[in-house]
Design a binder for this molecule. Structure first.
Ligand SMILES: [Fe+2]
Ligand SMILES: [Fe+2]
Length: 174
């Protein structure tokens, strides 16, 4: 076996072991710890996108150094903190599972969260924010449909996750 082949085989075995370890760790997580990781991921994702917005503003204001500081922080929040926390949950998983997860998220945003938020805003007379929520709800519906279409494509590899994904589509199909 050539050195390159040996290296590739070792890398594949290592990656496989890592995947097994991550999945095993995610499966055995304490419920509160899992919840805390999800909360932390939301916080990191929010901070990262917010800092990118701040960076854009700082650059527009001529504060290049501040813009770079925000960008560096945003990178750490997204590509180190969020990614490591996601890995602790075993995310991302196989494509078919990721699509299934995305379908559930977009369905909830499309049908539940944004409509509920819009209703609440409208009830207090904030029709501008209500309209924003309803517009975004519609866009989440487009995402939901796109992921559902992707799930139905025949070129996706079949895995055991196909079953829950199919059930979810049936439940939430429009
Ligand atoms: Fe962070
Ligand atoms: Fe979306």
């Amino acid at each position: 076996m050539t050195r390159l082949k040996t290296t590739l085989v070792r890398a594949a075995v290592f990656a496989g072991l890592c995947a097994v370890a991550v999945t095993a760790a995610a499966d055995t997580l304490d419920a509160q710890t899992r919840k805390n990781i999800e909360t932390a991921m939301r916080s990191e994702a929010y901070a990262s996108l917010k800092y990118l917005g701040y960076a854009k503003a700082a650059r527009a204001h001529g504060n290049e150094k501040l813009a770079r500081l925000f960008e560096e922080s945003a990178d750490v929040e997204a590509n180190h903190h969020f990614v490591r926390e996601a890995a602790a949950l075993g995310l991302p998983g196989p494509d078919i599972e990721n699509i299934s997860d995305a379908i559930v998220s977009e369905y909830d945003e499309n049908n539940k969260m944004y409509n509920s938020f819009a209703d609440q805003a409208a009830q207090v007379g904030d029709h501008k924010t209500a309209a924003l929520f309803r517009q975004i709800a519609a866009e989440e519906g487009d995402h939901y449909q796109a992921y559902k279409d992707a799930l139905m494509r025949t070129d996706l590899p079949a895995t055991p996750a196909t079953k829950p994904a199919a059930r979810e589509v049936k439940r939430s199909a429009k």
